[in-house]
Design a protein around this ligand. Structure first.
Ligand SMILES: Nc1nc2c(c(=O)[nH]1)N[C@H]1C(S)=C(S)[C@@H](COP(=O)(O)OP(=O)(O)OC[C@H]3O[C@@H](n4cnc5c(N)ncnc54)[C@H](O)[C@@H]3O)O[C@H]1N2
Ligand code: MOO
Length: 402
């Protein structure tokens, strides 16, 4: 059985970034992946400007006298065009251009108006203080974003601040999703005792959309090899990747793998992880296939741990492993060596440290463990049980918004 790391590396090795690109307005570009680096064509700031509302003057004048004659003003958008002489200052506002003859700004709360246009500086700042210098944040030609960067809301603001109105991005990844299983019915429909509601497709659809992909939802497919084959063929024609759940184990009605082997190729099957062992990866011609186990927790966890890195690379995004953090186990956690375990946990900040507790029963059919939990406790394949007080790694279930 492959380790989780080997499985991810195998998929990342096979999968290449897309080639189709488009140019779009930055307002439409959140969650899209850059297909070309963005270089700054401006200096940021593009002119020396004041960081405070106050008075601008020449530091050398402070040796003589700390009261200055105010000879003009510089407002944001309305610069002062004159030149300061000895003993003079100007009123200046935050963001306003600092004229060449000014080298220091004193905040107005550290000054006092002695007479109209005669300003006393009560607390003299260091020479050069309170001025944001041209190019101190970014210089013309600096690479701000590399190819493969997925744009966040803040990035859209950064692009706007650089005067960039459009960006070249990869075409969104198209991912087909469906569920297999004769026991499945749609939410809202009448159900018999031996049936369950399809939940995987709803979780997977929502998670894939949040990853920035275009989801092609192909619905429910019965445990019938001919129907499954037809659905795969249809999906492969339309999508870059297929994510389906169920039918990847060894049961009498588990046809998914056999069908892929018939019309495509299974690259690997089974990963040493819990939940999610029977995960399958392969392709049908140019469409990648991710066969997730049917158990709801297994489907969700394998999407996050295995399929997501591969799908992100396929969408053009630069792969960066998910962030994990350390936490102290607040209680003992049972585990057998052999498979990497992703236990659902509740992470809390208590008494000055991150502490993690079990989210309760860990059955891979129990979606409620993912509802109660806010993190996955990532335990290595080799290790056994965890004692209370041991340090473990955890991965937040809801990635923080950058
Ligand atoms: N003899 C063995 N049996 C099983 C093994 C094994 O190694 N040997 N592995 C177990 C593990 S681990 C998992 S996980 C499951 C995976 O099975 P499948 O991927 O074939 O999934 P199904 O059998 O179709 O379903 C499993 C379970 O999940 C429920 N399910 C399926 N689809 C959905 C859905 N869309 N929404 C909600 N729930 C779903 C289904 O009803 C079953 O209860 O196999 C074990 N067996
Ligand atoms: O490993 Mo299965 O995916 O636990 O239920």
């Amino acid at each position: 059985m492959l380790s989780v790391q080997d499985a991810v590396e195998h998929m990342l090795d096979k999968i290449q970034a897309p080639t189709k690109t488009t140019t779009i307005a930055i307002e439409q570009a959140v969650d899209r992946v850059l297909a070309a680096p963005v270089q700054s064509t401006v200096n940021v700031p593009s002119y020396n400007n004041s960081a405070m509302d106050g008075f601008g003057y020449r530091a050398q004048d402070m040796e003589e006298n700390t009261s200055l004659r105010c000879v003009g003003e510089s407002l944001a958008g309305h610069p002062f065009t004159g030149e300061l002489s000895a003993g003079e200052c100007i009123r200046i506002m935050t963001g306003a251009q600092v004229p060449a003859s000014v080298d220091t700004v004193v905040p107005q709360e550290n000054t006092q108006t002695l007479e109209p246009n005669l300003i006393q500086i009560n607390s003299v700042p260091k020479p050069g203080a309170n001025i944001r210098l041209l190019g101190e944040e970014l210089q013309e030609g600096d690479t701000v974003y590399p190819t493969g960067h997925r744009l966040t809301p803040v990035d859209i603001g950064m692009l706007a601040s650089l005067g960039v109105a459009q960006v070249k991005v990869f075409m969104p990844l198209k991912v087909a999703v469906f569920s297999t299983g004769d026991e499945l019915v749609l939410p809202g429909q009448a159900k018999q005792d031996f049936q369950i509601y399809d939940s995987n497709r709803y979780v997977l659809h929502a998670m894939l959309e949040r990853m920035g992909f275009e989801v092609l939802n192909l619905g429910l497919v019965a445990d019938d090899p001919a129907l499954i084959e037809a659905t795969f063929r249809d999906a492969a024609k339309q999508a870059d990747a297929i994510v389906c759940s169920g039918g990847v184990s060894v049961g009498d009605a588990d046809y998914t793998k056999d069908v892929i082997n018939k019309i495509g190729e299974v690259g690997f099957w089974k990963v040493a992880m819990k939940p999610g062992k029977p995960f399958a990866f392969g392709h049908i011609e140019n469409t990648w296939f991710f066969g997730l186990p049917g158990n709801p927790v297994s489907a969700t966890v394998t999407l996050m741990q295995l399929a997501e890195p591969a799908l992100r690379k396929l969408s053009g995004e630069q792969y960066t492993p998910a962030l994990t953090m350390s936490a102290v186990a607040g209680e003992a956690l049972r585990k057998r060596p052999g498979r990497a375990d992703f236990q659902r946990g509740i992470l809390r900040y208590e008494k000055g440290e991150n502490r993690v507790y079990s989210a309760g029963p860990q059955g891979s059919g129990m979606l409620s463990s993912l509802v109660q939990g806010n993190c996955l406790i990532c335990l290595s394949a080799e290790q056994g049980s965890v004692e209370a007080g041991d340090t473990v790694r955890v991965q937040l279930l809801q990635a923080p918004v950058k």
